[in-house]
Design a protein around this ligand. Structure first.
Ligand code: FAD
Length: 504
């Protein structure tokens, strides 16, 4: 290849992952590259994936997308939190809300003062009143931008619920307008270089061929390139996250139009509820060793808050990830890279982070193994820390009403998680390494919500006078309540700014 020839990037697969990659490359690799995406209408996409985390806004902003236009095109709503129902024990509920909790005063994180205040009866034993997002979510209110009393109150981050298939369509339009070539066809095999083993072309039906220098595998669970052609191998995490099937079904738009996702535990897994503008997304995640498909479908349908709009669709999966996400000249993204249940809405985010990681380490005309190793090391770190966070939801429970939960309570957990739990249970310490996705306050809310309280707290928290501590706790509560009372209603807000139907 001459040094003036463009580098040809070929994306295999056009689900959410494929079109997110195509849109980003179109935006950031404007010159010196050609971008081609191959997808098969006959095979289709997985067609679920509706809740996100606030980082998605960075992705959309980087592409220059208008937020209201994006929400109109994807039937989107706002998400401030996830509500976990029945996880600690039947009848329990707590929120994992985005954003800060309380405010740090002095040296220590908020939880240290709160732990002391709770122990002395000077604060409520739950985190809800100290989180602006949590209070707003429960009141079904929404606000964009910083609160007016920004000096005292934390920022209010938000994410979205949206139809992932419509998002892929929206990004397709974006990418094609910026020169991405879409090829419709079914990939039947690949050609490889006899010397290097790199993939050189995708062989499609009808004898067509799409040649490339670098390939992104976004072909879904099968991992056509990364696994079937290159045999990257798979780390199976079912021993810690035993659910292996999901069923999804939409229902009529919810009357209860919540700006949060709900995850309700049941005897062998959990059920999600995601309000969109035109419908509610629902699904059940379960362990097939403990619940049959028919029982899961019946349970899912019995717990909808509107008429089902179709029959449940079963999606089998194996929790885990490819051992190498970058092998030879192929990087896997989306379901081709691996899968963790959508308990904390992380899959679309992991596509986003894989894209940004690849853009940083993108090879030109030469690839060195160190680039692949670094990409794989960073990916492993991200995936295993998210995995640990999900495991915590199953491990830290008082539920012993089914064999499924008894197994979860008593299972051994990875050392990295055991260490996090031990640090918390001693003196309420929560540490976070640089590239970990979930923040200290994310861990804090799940620890507390799942019934884990530490024995002690940091001694510096004792230096605040009793009266000041009580007043500080009360002040946060009051400011949050006052701020939330001034916010518009979520449903009105969506109608005013982001209602679907208008052409974008
Ligand atoms: P797919 O959508 O499966 O797309 C695969 C593409 O490859 C398709 O275009 C297909 O046509 C193409 N293809 C496959 N084989 C061939 C071939 N031989 N030739 C040509 N083309 C081919 N994520 C979240 O962030 N939040 C959530 O709430 C969430 N919920 C989920 C719930 C469930 C039950 C599941 C399974 C996933 C969920 N996800 C969620 C994940 C999210 O849906 C996916 O990460 C996202 O949609 C990306 O999917 P994908 O593009 O990798 O795969």
């Amino acid at each position: 290849m001459a040094s003036t020839d463009p580098i040809n990037i070929v994306i295999a697969g056009g689900g959410t992952a494929g079109w997110m990659a195509a849109a980003s490359f179109a935006r950031f690799l404007e010159t010196g590259f050609t971008i081609t995406l191959v997808e098969s209408d006959a095979i289709g996409t997985v067609g679920v994936g509706e809740a996100t985390i606030p980082q998605i806004r960075l992705f959309n902003d980087a592409l220059g997308l208008d937020e209201d236009a994006f929400l109109r095109a994807t039937q989107g709503t706002f998400k401030l939190a996830i509500e976990f129902v029945d996880w600690l024990r039947p009848g329990s509920r707590y929120m994992h809300a985005f954003g800060d909790i309380g405010r740090d005063v002095g040296l220590l994180p908020f939880q240290q003062y709160w732990l002391r205040a709770v122990a002395e009866g000077r604060a409520k034993p739950e985190l809800t009143p100290y989180s602006l997002n949590n209070m707003a979510a429960l009141a079904k209110r929404m606000q964009r931008g910083r609160p007016r009393t920004a000096k005292v109150l934390p920022d209010m981050p938000y994410a979205f619920h949206f139809d992932a298939s419509l998002y892929a369509r929206f990004l397709r339009r974006y990418a094609e307008l910026r020169g991405v070539e879409r090829v419709e066809g079914t990939i039947q095999s690949v050609s490889r270089d006899g010397a290097t083993g790199d993939i050189t072309a995708l062989m499609l039906d009808g004898g067509r061929e799409v040649a490339g220098d670098f390939f992104i595998d976004c072909t879904g669970f099968r991992g056509l390139l990364i696994e079937e052609a290159l045999g990257a191998g798979y780390d199976d995490w079912t021993r810690w996250l035993p659910c292996d099937r999901a069923q999804a079904v939409p229902s009529e738009r919810a009357r209860d139009f919540t700006p949060y996702t709900r995850a309700t535990a049941h005897g062998a897994g959990w059920q999600w509820r995601i309000p969109l503008q035109h419908r509610t997304g629902n699904g059940i995640v379960y362990s097939s060793r403990h619940l049959s498909d028919d029982e899961a479908a019946a349970r899912l349908l019995a717990n909808l808050d509107g008429e089902a709009l179709g029959d449940p669709r079963t999606i089998p999966f194996t929790t885990g990830k490819r051992r190498e996400l970058w092998k030879h000249n192929v990087v896997a993204m989306g379901l081709a890279a691996g899968f963790m249940e959508p308990l904390e809405s992380t899959s679309i985010h992991m596509v986003q982070s894989a894209i940004s990681r690849l853009l940083k380490l993108l090879p030109g005309r030469i690839t060195v193994q160190a680039d692949r190793d670094e990409f794989n090391r960073q990916s492993d770190f991200e995936w295993t820390r998210i995995r640990d966070f999900l495991i915590l939801h199953y491990k830290a429970t008082e539920r012993d009403d089914t064999e499924f939960w008894r197994n979860c309570r008593t299972m051994d957990v990875p050392d990295t998680l055991a260490n996090k739990v031990a640090l918390w249970l001693g003196n309420g310490h929560i540490t976070r390494e640089h590239e970990e996705l979930f923040t200290e306050v994310g861990w804090l809310q799940v620890f507390v919500g799942q019934g884990m309280m530490p024995r002690g707290h940091h001694p510096i928290a004792d230096s605040i006078p009793d009266k000041d501590l009580a007043e500080y706790m009360m002040m946060i509560e009051q400011l949050n309540a006052r701020e939330v009372a001034q916010m518009p209603d979520h449903a009105d807000f969506v109608t005013q700014y982001c209602a679907a139907g208008a052409e974008v």
